[in-house]
Design a protein around this ligand. Structure first.
Ligand code: FRU
Length: 470
């Protein structure tokens, strides 16, 4: 079956068959997380954009729910979002799920559809399209409830800027403002925005985060997610950094189009991204299907000096997959576990805790018996972490694939490095998700050996490896 494919991720969301890109319309309701996605049901390359649908109760086990929204006379169905209309502001019923998406035909326009069965089936609104404009790139509407003004806000990408609209009934939208001119990175098209408020860790205030996916122009080449922090008054987003400042949510090559769940429980802000890059997504060496999504990550803000940054931590649900750990305590110098598992397996989590007496460089290498490896290096002098996948296995399907990505380690000290390894990916989280790198890898057999070199004096370092079971 499809599940026996060598590179098929075990615990990341994938389509059973066919092509997938951006996660769309994610929302939580009545104990269920719903994830829609850009989907080609007829083949494993980008085409025929349709919303596929999956659901989950734990963000790890996903059930295929079939097709949700299919192309129509206005075009194919591009990216967008869903909201839960608790107070029936649109008149589709209290608790109706309302989807917003781009209809991509001759022009890109915005349309909506509603569901009265918790997102299983949708009826298209008969007044579509609900938003038109005369810019060619006009897409990816993200809608949310702005409680303070008691209205709905829609943010979308229009060329090199984000446009903000407001509405009382989800159907009629008024233009409010635009953001982006001169701000951040403009080396590519702006796509897939999100806008939400987050508390700042350890402080008594919160900030707004404007997520702006951009392709190309990412720090490691190709697609990536930049973000801005600031204020939002219900009309206008005001960035709190100088225009030339660019902040990245993930410094790896394979995390794009990330957006967050509507209506997530307990005030959580949960993000999932598409684990690929437009540079080579259509060439990735998988069979039957293409692309997976990242693991779910909880977002939070923290400060370094006077600047706020976005961190993303693996959602706690991922920890339920942990099997019995192999533990090495009080390590220093060079350490190797040459057989992490008696039979090599492609799914595990690594937690390297360096503690506070850490100084000097740190190297962590995952390798297999074929001489393939992934090598991560923390350079203490530079305060950066690099991820080298040039010898990771099959790297020949694209010139853009063999690469080294580099992330700054904010605060310039590596305290912890946590890895989520699956059959074709490594997601690296340093210092509680303050520095993140997500990268695909296609080894000819799983990396079953780990070696860690700690420079300096690290009395309290420990290495823990958990097999992940699902
Ligand atoms: C981002 C994107 C979106 C668009 C979708 C089309 O990856 O280009 O802007 O809506 O993919 O599939």
């Amino acid at each position: 079956t499809a599940n026996r494919e060598k590179f098929r991720p075990a615990y990341h969301h994938t389509p059973a068959y066919g092509w997938m890109n951006d996660p769309n319309g994610m929302f939580y309701k009545d104990g269920v997380y719903n994830l829609y996605y850009q989907y080609n049901p007829y083949g494993s390359q980008w085409e025929n954009m349709t919303w596929g649908h999956s659901s989950s109760r734990d963000l790890v086990n996903w059930t295929d729910e079939g097709l949700a929204i299919e192309p129509d006379g206005l075009g194919t169905i591009f990216s967008g979002s869903c909201v839960v209309d608790k107070d029936n502001t649109a008149g589709f019923g209290a608790g109706a799920v309302v989807a917003f998406y781009t209809t991509a035909g001759e022009n890109q326009t915005q349309s909506m559809a509603y569901s009265t069965d918790n997102g299983k089936t949708f009826t298209k609104y008969d007044g579509n399209p609900i938003l038109t404009a005369d810019v060619p790139d006009f897409r990816d509407p993200h809608v949310f409830r702005h409680e303070k003004s008691g209205r709905w806000i829609l943010i979308l990408a229009a060329g090199q800027e984000m446009r903000i609209y407001s509405s009382a009934n989800l159907k009629d939208w008024t233009y409010e403002s635009s953001f982006g001119k001169g701000y951040g990175c403009h080396e590519g098209v702006w796509e897939c925005p999100d806008l939400f408020e987050l508390p700042v860790e350890g402080k008594n205030y919160s900030k707004w985060v404007l997520v702006c996916n951009i392709n190309p122009g990412g720090p490691a080449g190709g697609s990536a997610t930049q973000y801005f922090t600031g204020t939002f008054d219900g009309h206008k987003f005001t960035c709190d950094t100088k225009p030339e400042v660019t902040k990245w949510a993930d410094y790896g090559k394979d995390n794009y189009a990330g957006v967050t769940f509507d209506n997530a429980p307990d005030g959580r802000r949960i993000m999932i991204g598409w684990m690929s890059n437009w540079q080579y997504a259509n060439q990735a060496p998988t069979q039957q299907y293409r692309s997976a999504n990242t693991i779910a990550r909880d977002l939070y803000l923290y400060t370094d000096g006077t600047t706020e940054y976005l961190a993303s931590k693996p959602s706690v649900e991922n920890e339920k997959m942990r099997g019995k750990a192999a533990v090495k305590k009080n390590i220093s110098g060079s350490n190797t576990i040459s057989k992490m598992f008696s039979k090599p397996r492609g799914t595990y989590e690594v937690v390297l805790t360096l503690g506070n007496d850490n100084a000097g460089n740190v190297e962590l290498v995952l390798s297999n018996t074929k001489g393939e490896n992934v090598s991560m290096m923390y350079d203490a002098a530079k305060g950066s972490l690099s991820f080298d996948r040039r010898k990771s296995g099959n790297v020949s399907f694209s010139d853009q694939f063999p690469a080294v990505s580099v992330a700054p380690v904010v605060g310039s000290k590596l305290n912890e490095l946590r890895l989520y390894v699956d059959n074709c990916s490594v997601e690296a989280f340093a210092n509680g998700g303050r520095s993140v790198m997500t990268n695909l890898v296609f080894p000819s057999e799983p990396y079953n050996s780990i070696s860690v070199k700690c420079g300096g004096k690290k009395k309290s370092a420990s290495l823990v490896v958990y097999p992940l079971n699902k």
